[in-house]
Design a protein around this ligand. Structure first.
Ligand code: SF4
Length: 217
């Protein structure tokens, strides 16, 4: 088992909590989670700002709005035709469920099942929404965590998602720590543990089999 608590504590020593996910409300988090698929956060920020400027970042407004109007606002996020249809569908779903407040009262497993029924919401997006929009203690398993795990163990075989979920859940407790952990793993994956890892500068190289092997070579 990987002791993710040690990874978390070391990564979190500096620069401190990451304060994810920047948003004014739950709906904005959910919209961001849908838009960020296959693009960068910077592009999502531009799309969200354009939706806000048009007064469209509201469930009822998106529900009523024409898809073409949504498309024109979110072009920066890429795949804008698909994403606009998905946002409209998302808004319809939330309205049909009685709104975000009603959804917030659902137990986590039930809410996850409901989210997975939305077009464009897979397990990773559903878990990000649960953690960041609904403050549920959920582990987000994404490509950055998978890559980090395979390097920490230096294993040729990918660690199964179910094991990753269990190991993180066992060692990192609580919404705020899970929130910060996911943010730290993503930032670490972008800045250090990239496709070509920067093991010499890495804060957790003492915990990492791949890093230790690279530094001993
Ligand atoms: S030591 Fe290298 S491989 Fe290990 S986590 Fe750091 S950057 Fe990634």
């Amino acid at each position: 088992m990987i002791r993710f608590n040690e990874v978390y504590e070391t990564l979190n020593a500096k620069p401190g909590p990451q304060h994810w996910w920047p948003a004014d409300d739950q709906f904005e988090v959910i919209v961001g989670a849908m838009l960020v698929q296959r693009t960068t956060w910077r592009n999502v920020e531009l799309a969200i700002q354009r939706l806000k400027d048009a007064g469209m970042l509201q469930i009822e407004v998106l529900h009523r709005e024409r898809v073409a109007a949504i498309q024109s606002r979110i072009k920066s996020a890429g795949f804008f035709r698909i994403k606009a249809a998905r946002l409209k569908n998302l808004a319809a779903f939330i309205v049909g469920q009685g709104g975000i407040t009603a959804l917030s009262k659902r137990p986590t497993s039930e809410l996850r099942s409901l989210l997975l029924q939305i077009d464009g919401v897979g397990p990773e997006t559903a878990d990000a929404i649960l953690l960041y929009a609904f403050a549920r203690p959920v582990v987000v398993v994404d490509a950055y965590l998978r890559r980090l795990a395979s390097r920490l163990t230096a294993s040729d075989e990918a660690v199964p998602d179910a094991s990753l979920r269990e190991w993180v859940a066992t060692t990192i407790k609580g919404v705020s720590r899970l929130n910060a952990f996911h943010a730290l793993v993503v930032e670490h994956g972008k800045s250090q543990c990239k496709k070509r890892p920067r093991c010499a500068q890495c804060k957790i190289n003492a915990l990492c089999q791949t890093g230790r092997a690279a530094l001993d070579a």
